[in-house]
Design a protein around this ligand. Structure first.
Ligand SMILES: [Zn+2]
Length: 132
């Protein structure tokens, strides 16, 4: 059996340089997602603030018609669970005449909340809430 070779200082420095590059800090900006501190960002990286956590279909549609972006996370976790990647639909012109479906009875937590940031409002659909 061969003895383990001790890495040289140059080798150690090279490994540190490649692995420590961008650290995933808890408060890092994660465009379109939540970071580990629970802050939510739009796809441009602007932090968002929650204005309401219980929007009706009518209120949500009104916001969407006046230009709010739409995000959706069909798993119903709220967007904060590891691996949940909210789906963003940015083409608001295609939302003209859209209808919103918010089932009263659903297998999973289903609700709509409203967020706002530097680039405007975001309507966030959770669970079975759908924009058709
Ligand atoms: Zn989710």
């Amino acid at each position: 059996m061969r003895a383990r070779r001790v890495p040289t200082m140059a080798e150690i420095t090279a490994v540190v340089a490649t692995t420590s590059a961008p650290r995933t800090a808890r408060d890092s900006v994660r465009p379109g997602r939540f970071n580990l501190e629970g802050r939510f960002f739009d796809p441009d990286g602007n932090p968002l603030t929650r204005l309401s956590d219980e929007l009706t279909e009518e209120e949500a549609l009104e916001r969407i018609r006046s230009g709010a972006r739409v995000a959706a996370e069909p798993c119903g976790c709220g967007g904060t669970s590891r691996g949940c990647a909210p789906i963003w639909s940015d083409d608001s012109s295609s939302n003209d005449g859209a209808t919103l479906r918010l089932p009263r009875r659903s297998e999973m937590p289903t609700w709509i909340d409203l967020w706002s940031g530097d680039s405007g409002d975001v309507v966030f659909l959770h669970g079975d809430a759908r924009l058709d």
